[in-house]
Design a protein around this ligand. Structure first.
Ligand code: C6P
Length: 410
């Protein structure tokens, strides 16, 4: 894998940012899009645009074929046994909410427990709070180690016969921790609970095999994996999709509609009420082709190498605090840090003057920020188009920021 060659696929790198070449270190928020995906979107709108599963005309057939082919591609990408186990959604947030509304809210009751770590993204935390409020179930949080990791013995101690659902991010969007989802799923299943995996930060960056992980549901977003915004995926086991209720009712998802009652299609279509995200799904299919041609093993190795390099370089700078697993520990492709005494928004603003794009804020993980004892952090996240030079640019820009804010650091 040669990131310098791959960069040529991404038109955005022709942009100058404040007079500098773009150093894009915010792929955990959203990734850039290669020409291969942009071309497929353009071709769809120019040659296939039509609604799906409706018209018998040629364009309708073309659009339907491309849309359903995209579903097949995604299923192959995550090793789902069948394409019918892949539902197209708007993204991770919607996928997780669909499980909460269509599965958990209709099944859980007082006395049931939902187990998750407090480090979850708000999208994998608030839906469960809402389920607890609506059903009387309670939430139990797994303890976090100081570096943000979870110990399996703590999972064993927390999950009981009362547990109905265990959920965790495969890779933390703040700490880069890679969580042992397969082992956690095994514990959940032993107690009769289902395992929900938030794959927003793992599916774009590493090979995923849902059968091997034995997760019951997996949620992820297309826009973080070279695909368009507005498209995501909910994978589910066949029997759970059979039990799960649709969230959206209307056109497209029905079988027979009577005046007072109606029946639904089978999964995945019963979950895709209304005109689906046709172009988005086809664009995601193209992104899956693009990533598969590179190989996810290579992407994982590359991202982790850059994150470890960044970790080492940042830890060597006096006045920088780095959070999460330390250098050398197997991690996802991101590093979260603070320049002591300086608000991360100010750090990110100074980096931006040098063309370096990082994210600053609470990263949609306010409870985790409280555990870390900070209000917010800066975060550099890496993907297949980043190079070691990008890490050096980050370090140089941070040195400049440090000089600029020197008085504040003291
Ligand atoms: N995290 C970040 O900068 P959506 O917005 O639905 O595509 O993804 C939500 C989501 C859920 N789980 C995890 C672990 C995530 O990282 C995200 C998105 C972005 O960290 C935007 S807040």
């Amino acid at each position: 894998m040669n990131p310098i060659e791959l960069r040529k696929d991404f038109p955005i790198f022709e942009e100058k940012i404040n007079g500098h070449p773009l150093v894009y270190l915010d792929s955990a928020a959203t990734s850039q899009k290669p020409r291969q995906v942009l071309d497929v979107l353009k071709r769809y709108y120019e040659h296939e645009n039509s609604n799906v599963h409706r018209g018998v005309h040629t364009l309708g057939t073309r659009a339907t074929e491309s849309y359903e082919q995209a579903r097949e591609k995604v299923a192959t990408f995550i090793h789902a046994p069948s394409a019918n186990q892949v539902v197209f959604t708007r993204g991770t947030t919607e996928s997780l909410n669909m499980i909460a509304y269509g599965y958990a809210r209709t099944r859980f009751q007082a006395g049931d427990e939902i187990v998750l770590p407090p480090s979850e993204h708000h999208s994998n935390l608030i839906p469960w709070q809402q389920v607890a409020r609506a059903t009387g179930a309670s939430i139990k949080y797994l303890p976090l180690q100081p570096d943000g990791t979870i110990r399996l013995e703590d999972v064993e101690a927390t999950v009981t016969e009362k547990t109905k659902l265990v959920t965790i991010a495969h890779v933390s969007n703040v700490l880069g921790t890679i969580n042992p989802v397969k082992e956690i799923a095994e514990i959940a299943h032993r107690h009769g609970a289902i395992m929900v995996v938030d794959g927003a930060q793992s599916v774009p960056h590493m090979p995923i095999d849902v059968v091997e992980l034995d997760c019951d549901f997996l949620a992820f977003s297309g826009h973080k994996m070279c695909g368009p915004t507005g498209i995501g995926v909910l994978y589910g086991k066949k029997e759970l999709f059979e039990q799960m209720e649709p969230t959206y009712f209307g056109g497209e998802m029905i079988d027979v509609v009577e005046l007072y009652e109606s029946t639904w299609k089978e999964a995945p279509w019963k979950f895709e009420g209304g005109t689906p995200i046709i172009a988005g799904a086809i664009g995601l299919g193209a992104a899956v082709d693009y990533l598969s041609a590179i190989g996810l093993d290579a992407v994982a190795e590359h991202d982790a190498k850059l994150a470890n390099l960044a970790m080492e370089r940042l830890q060597a700078i006096d006045g920088i605090d780095v959070y999460g697993p330390q250098a050398g520990v197997h991690r996802g492709g991101l590093v979260t840090f603070n320049l002591r005494g300086v608000h991360p928004h100010d750090v990110a603003t100074v980096l931006d003057t040098q063309g370096v794009a990082v994210r600053a804020g609470h990263h949609c993980a306010q409870p985790l920020m409280r555990i870390l004892g900070v209000g917010s952090t800066a975060r550099a996240s890496f993907y297949l188009y980043n190079t070691e030079d990008d890490v050096e640019h980050l370090v140089e820009a941070l040195q400049q920021a440090k000089e600029f804010f020197g008085h504040a650091i003291g």
